[in-house]
Ligand binder design. Structure first.
Ligand SMILES: CC(C)(COP(=O)(O)OP(=O)(O)OC[C@H]1O[C@@H](n2cnc3c(N)ncnc32)[C@H](O)[C@@H]1OP(=O)(O)O)[C@@H](O)C(=O)NCCC(=O)NCCS
Length: 160
């Protein structure tokens, strides 16, 4: 059995084009051009980490720190050929540890809500739920034309 090592490290200044290529490789999730470009721009200004599998970049995660208590997974993506190999789990675990280390108690993520049936986003919601996120609320006025599901989890082991 081949065991691959996943490492998470801060994004480098020259990697936003790679992030853009990664999002463009996932058109079923990142098909809105303006949103895709916003996510790419945000990799330059918000805390972002890259996951490497045996020194090859395979995914990234961007986080927004809202206040001293609460943070959000703003964007995350794994190259399609590496889906379901534990990369997403490793990035979320890394971000959770980082958020705990800065004193945050809550982590949220927003994704397409279930009232718009979509097999791809169904997988995304299953991923977040497998990571311990709970659906908090679906909002219909946050994203033009798309229901937004807010999922949240506590980072405090005493409250879980
Ligand atoms: C969502 C995403 C980040 C998950 O990363 P990943 O590396 O594929 O997921 P992992 O291998 O770490 O999966 C961890 C667990 O999540 C669950 N999970 C992941 N993908 C799943 C799927 N397609 N269906 C059901 N459960 C799934 C499983 O419980 C899995 O554990 P297991 O494989 O031991 O059963 C990745 O698939 C991706 O980039 N998707 C497209 C973009 C996207 O959805 N980004 C988020 C936008 S809001």
């Amino acid at each position: 059995m081949v065991v691959l090592t996943i490492e998470i490290r801060p994004i480098r200044a020259d990697e936003s084009a790679w992030c853009e290529a990664t999002l463009r490789a996932l058109p079923d999730w990142f098909g809105i051009e303006s949103a895709l470009l916003d996510y790419v721009r945000d990799t330059r200004t918000l805390p972002t980490w890259v996951a490497e599998l045996d020194d090859v970049p395979v995914g990234f995660i961007t986080v927004r720190i809202h206040n001293p208590c609460a943070a959000e997974i703003h964007c995350m993506a794994v190259r399609p050929e590496h889906h379901r190999t534990g990369v997403g789990r490793a990035m979320v675990r890394f971000v959770e540890a980082h958020c705990r280390s800065i004193g945050a108690h809550l982590l949220q993520v927003k994704t397409l809500g279930p009232s718009r049936p979509d097999a791809n986003y169904e997988h995304t919601r299953r991923f977040y739920e497998s990571m311990g996120f709970l659906p908090l609320e679906e909002m219909n006025d946050l994203w033009p034309g798309n229901p937004c599901l807010i999922l949240v989890k506590t980072l405090d082991s005493a409250l879980r």
